[in-house]
Design a protein around this ligand. Structure first.
Ligand code: DGL
Length: 270
């Protein structure tokens, strides 16, 4: 049971700009909640780091969010979920704080609702863990899950090179991989990828169902908060605070594009 005030903020984190796609959906369906976002821009990308390093950074950020009095933690990063979920849950449990992640609800939905050939693209750190296949197969043993690491996409997105020749060629290079031929649906197993979902959809000419996590996760949080009486009783719009471990222009640009110019953005060294 959570002992925090209902108007305490929800703490959300990722390695960089990717988690903003999750913040956007949470803010859309729970506009009265106060949100704190931490983007670990100093250490992005997480995808090619060791499990130990990802656990270390994720725990530091979780500690920071707990100190900020957050009533729940959202791991808005697939790579951190795949490698550090257990450690984050253990840490948050001491403070009776629930933890949400971006893989579990997606795997459940896909496993229960689809019965086709499912592709997953994600970072090396996520793909090497095999987490999507494991979790989806828990719900549907006969489903075929084909996983592919697409490591260059995060650096391209962090550089703000969305909709450029580089992103187009890189997307083409990865999606032409034999593993993904004849898939019916593709899971964007990285929270950065919704930022290039239009380009991915274009590559497939709209013939492959694209599944991403932000809305699925936001719905799950809303359901949990309602059920556990954790919704904020704020009648005004919630505060949005953004913390970065290293200031980047692209982060500020994207955060302002999503949430307007009046956002609170601070660089903080952990
Ligand atoms: N958004 C993170 C994820 O969902 C990106 C990981 C990275 O920094 O490589 O996996």
């Amino acid at each position: 049971m959570n002992t925090k005030n209902n108007n305490a903020p929800l703490g959300i984190f990722d390695s960089g700009v990717g988690g903003l796609t999750v913040v956007k959906e949470i803010n859309k369906i729970l506009p009265n909640e106060n949100l704190i976002y931490f983007g670990d821009t100093k250490h992005v990308p997480y995808g090619d780091k060791s499990k130990e390093t990802i656990i270390y950074y994720s725990k530091q950020i979780t500690e920071f969010l707990i100190k900020e009095n957050c009533k729940a933690i959202v791991i808005a990063c697939n790579t951190a979920t795949a490698n550090a979920h257990k450690d984050i849950v253990e840490l948050a449990k001491k403070f009776k704080i629930p933890v949400f992640d971006v893989i579990t609800p997606v795997a459940e939905k896909v496993g229960l609702e689809l019965n086709q050939k499912i592709g997953v693209i994600a970072t090396k750190g996520t793909i090497n863990s095999g987490i999507y296949k494991k979790k989806i197969k828990k719900f549907n043993k006969s489903i075929e899950v084909l996983e592919l690491a697409t490591s260059l996409l995060v650096p391209i997105i962090e550089e703000g090179l969305v909709n450029s020749d580089i992103s187009k060629e890189t997307i083409k290079y990865y999606l032409a991989n034999k593993k993904l031929s004849n898939i019916d649906a593709l899971i964007l197993g990285c929270t950065h990828y919704p930022l290039i979902s239009k380009e991915i959809n274009k590559y497939f000419n709209g013939n492959v169902k694209i599944i991403d996590s932000p809305l699925i996760v936001a719905n799950q949080i809303q359901y949990y908060f309602k059920k556990n009486n954790l919704l904020s009783d704020n009648t005004n719009k919630g505060d949005l605070k953004f913390y970065l471990s290293d200031y980047t222009n692209n982060f500020e640009k994207l955060a302002k594009k999503f949430f307007g110019n009046e956002i609170y953005l601070t660089e903080i060294k952990l």
